[in-house]
Design a protein around this ligand. Structure first.
Ligand SMILES: Nc1ncnc2c1ncn2[C@@H]1O[C@H](COP(=O)(O)OP(=O)(O)O)[C@@H](O)[C@H]1O
Ligand SMILES: [Mg+2]
Length: 346
């Protein structure tokens, strides 16, 4: 087998944030949020490596440490063989990142002026920067907007210029924190294609997402992060092979209202392996039950429970197992559940 270089090595990485828990109006106790709790990972040169986990899992914390923006509480991180703390400056020259919610470009400047400015920060000779910019304009198809001020861009175009900025130094590793989370479906698709293209040209990609379809489609390798720990890893297929039993049936039931208190009752049906409820943030959408069963009898029993509490079924379908089911069978929760509110105690 081809022996590839390790470009990221993380050993027993921990990040504890100080926090306070309010006991009463006048009293609060100091606590720690264990955002990362002993993370180990290795990334091979040339791959798209995805960190998949729900909101609050610790993804942003990890990516900030890997990109030298945040100091860990303990543990060791090597990027391209360099220590992220002792050799932070050198590390920064060889990598780049697009982090979430980051207002990363100057709105009054044109796209080109931004790229020239950020290119200069990497001590790239002016002529090389111009060549690089020409290359990126073509690759990202931003000819039409490059000489306009960024403030006149649509949000998708702003995103593209941030992406171009993250590629200006031709990084060996590109870090992307939830690169499609705020994009509309079309722009998200386009962004995924661009990321794949950059990867095909040799750049290692480290990305985070809580979107399991994205992880499935994009990744050579996935680690699932939950409560600051990696709970499973492998290729998309090997994760499904490891954690989904061949004989199980996967059903999604759309219901007219949440069944909160009665979820337990479905859980106790003998042929039901796991059940979780997704309540969409948009009140116009219906809640969805995800049920994993090892016998189709359980479907009828599940419907009986719904009927008993006068919960109407809007739609129902069986589906092929996905990474969502991997997460569900590992944790009993859905990936779109936010865990940041439950932190601290664990
Ligand atoms: N600066 C901070 N101070 C205290 N707690 C934090 C801070 N940043 C993140 N956290 C907490 O650490 C946990 C992990 O957060 P984060 O790394 O942002 O997760 P993710 O990116 O996966 O949503 C969450 O519980 C979050 O509330
Ligand atoms: Mg995050």
């Amino acid at each position: 087998m081809e022996q590839r270089d390790l470009v990221i090595e993380v050993n027993d990485l921990r990040k504890y944030y100080p926090s306070k828990e309010r006991k009463s109006l006048f009293k609060s106790v100091k606590k720690e949020v264990k955002a990362l709790n002993g993370v180990e990972l290795k990334v091979n040169q040339g791959e798209i490596y995805t960190l998949l986990g729900p909101n609050g899992a610790g993804k942003t914390t990890l990516i900030k440490i890997l990109t030298t923006l945040l100091h860990p509480s303990s543990g060791k991180v090597k990027i391209l063989g360099m220590d992220v703390i002792k050799q932070a400056k050198d590390v920064r020259m060889h990598i780049n990142a697009m982090l979430m919610g980051e207002r990363s470009v100057y709105w009054k400047l044109s796209g080109r002026q931004n790229l020239e400015f950020f290119g200069a920060l990497y001590y790239i000779p002016k002529r090389e920067v111009e060549e690089r910019i020409d290359f990126l304009i073509k690759e990202l198809r931003i000819e039409d907007i490059i000489d306009r001020p960024v403030e006149s861009y649509s949000s998708g175009q702003k995103y593209k210029i941030s992406f171009a900025k993250a590629l200006i130094n031709d990084p060996e590793i590109l870090f992307l924190d939830e690169p499609t989370a705020t994009l509309d479906p079309r722009s998200a698709r386009e962004m995924r294609e661009l990321i794949k293209k950059v990867n095909e040209q040799g750049t290692t990609i480290f990305l985070t997402t809580h979107n399991m379809m994205e992880a499935d489609e994009m990744s050579h390798y996935i680690s699932i992060l939950d409560y600051g720990q990696i709970i499973a890893e492998g290729t998309p297929q090997s994760l499904k092979d490891q954690f989904i039993e061949d004989e199980t049936i996967h059903v999604e039931i759309k219901i007219d209202r949440p069944i909160n208190g009665h979820l337990k009752e479905i859980e106790t049906i003998p042929t039901v392996v796991k059940v979780a409820q997704h309540i969409p943030s948009n009140a116009k959408e219906f809640p969805v039950l995800s049920v994993i069963l090892n016998d189709d009898n359980g479907i009828i029993d599940t419907l009986r429970v719904l009927q008993k509490y006068k919960v109407k079924v809007i739609a129902m379908r069986t589906k092929q197992p996905t990474l969502e089911d991997v997460f569900l069978s590992l944790t009993g929760r859905r990936l779109d559940e936010d865990t940041s509110l439950k932190r601290g105690g664990k």
